[in-house]
Design a binder for this molecule. Structure first.
Ligand code: NAD
Ligand code: GLY
Length: 367
């Protein structure tokens, strides 16, 4: 088992990474506030892993809340089910919420923990690659609004993140690829050598080579912990973790939550950020193509939905959380391995990026 730390003073917490951790009772028990535990999971993950988690929490007074599965349920109505379950079972302020699932469950359970009786402890047990490398670390919690992704929420840090890599064995291939979008992100924004490592190992990663996946998870979590330790509330550096997300969130919102997976939308959004950085002259066309190839190798879409017009993108991007004083800010690559958050780009370059022929770009790469 590897242990990393998110350094946030008295709110610091460990990230445990290893195979079979779900069965290690001691890892959970050392982080419980009291005897009561509310496990929040969903109808897909519950039949696979809920019993193992309950076994590790033996001796606790447990309520399990099993939510419907899907991004389209990341909303107020579903959040209410968590409060219903906890209040009906008389959970008090020393309850610990345990989020068992992907990013949707983790974001909602974390938000519920932030709000329940004005805040109870919580532990993240992420079960998708995406949630293991990104969403379980850093304390962003919340739900979607019909007008915008993740628009209602709170910064609220967990007490621990327990990453059992074995659970990836049951993850559908499409979801694994979605998680790789966030892994590639770390290479592009802050760890250029990681790109070479990913190019060499992508086939094995997609083939569920567990030791390699554990390495990718560790390197990703280390990068995320570093950024969150410096800028917990996203006043600067943390926004670079949103490479491709402004374009991607527009795709998710426009297409309807769940139609494109979050990681898929981030994949196409990252392709757009690469294209815009190239048009600004910050990276070369060869570097853009390198990024595109890696995304394609990971099984990700790099062509935005053809039904989305420039106006559709602009309308959704206008409600992005990085908009300040009405000005759109984007995460772009100043160079490979270094991201910036900027509003200093000519409007024509953004328009050209939204109208670029991504299909032709990909066809040229494949020829
Ligand atoms: P998800 O939570 O919808 O999970 C994907 C699918 O995999 C679901 O159907 C789920 O039931 C299933 N699943 C989960 N674990 C499984 C397993 N081990 N075996 C089989 N099936 C399993 O999606 P996700 O990609 O994990 O997370 C996406 C969400 O995370 C989005 O809502 C996004 O906004 C959010 N997010 C949050 C942050 C953050 O910092 N808080 C960062 C990135 C993404
Ligand atoms: N996933 C972006 C962040 O945590 O800030």
């Amino acid at each position: 088992m590897q242990t990393l730390t998110v350094n946030l003073g008295e709110r610091s917490y460990p990230i445990y990474i290893g195979a079979g951790l779900l069965a290690q009772a001691e890892l959970f028990k050392r982080h419980l506030a009291g005897r009561q535990v509310a496990i929040v999971t969903n109808e897909t993950v519950a039949p696979l892993y809920l019993d193992s988690l309950i076994a590790s929490l033996s001796g606790c007074e447990i309520t399990s809340v099993v939510l419907p599965d899907g991004e389209s349920f990341k909303n107020w109505e579903t959040l209410q089910l968590i409060f219903d379950g906890m209040l009906s079972a008389r959970h008090d302020r020393r309850t610990t919420v345990v989020a068992l699932g992907g990013g949707v469950v983790g974001d909602m359970a974390g938000f519920a923990a932030a709000c329940y009786q004005r805040g109870v402890d919580f532990i993240q047990v992420p079960t998708t690659l995406l949630s293991q490398v990104d969403s379980s670390v850093g304390g962003k919690t919340g739900i979607n609004h019909p007008l915008g992704k993740n628009m209602v929420g709170a910064f609220y840090q967990p007490k621990a993140v327990v990453i059992d890599t074995s659970v990836l064995n049951t993850l559908p291939a499409r979801e694994l690829s979605a998680g790789l979008a966030e892994v590639i992100k770390y290479g592009l924004i802050c760890d250029k050598p990681f790109l070479g490592w990913l190019e060499q190992n992508m086939v094995a990663l997609r083939g569920l080579d567990m030791p390699l996946l554990a390495q990718a998870i560790e390197r990703s979590c280390a990068a995320k912990a570093r950024v969150v330790g410096v800028d917990e509330r996203e006043s600067g550096l943390r926004a670079t973790l949103n490479l491709g997300h402004t374009f991607g969130h527009a795709i998710e919102t426009h297409m309807g939550y769940g139609v494109w997976l979050h990681g898929e939308a981030v994949g196409a959004g990252t392709a757009m950020a690469l294209e815009m950085s190239t048009r600004l002259g910050w990276i070369t066309a060869q570097e853009r193509d390198r990024g595109l190839r890696l995304l394609i190798q990971a099984g990700l879409p790099v062509i935005p939905p053809e039904e989305m017009s420039q106006e559709n993108f602009l309308e959704h991007m206008a409600v992005d959380k990085k908009v300040l004083d009405g000005r759109l800010r984007l995460v772009l690559l100043r160079r490979m391995g270094e991201a910036v958050v900027t509003d200093e780009f000519p409007r024509e370059v953004l328009d050209a990026t939204l109208n670029a022929d991504y299909r032709a770009l990909v066809a040229r790469l494949e020829s």
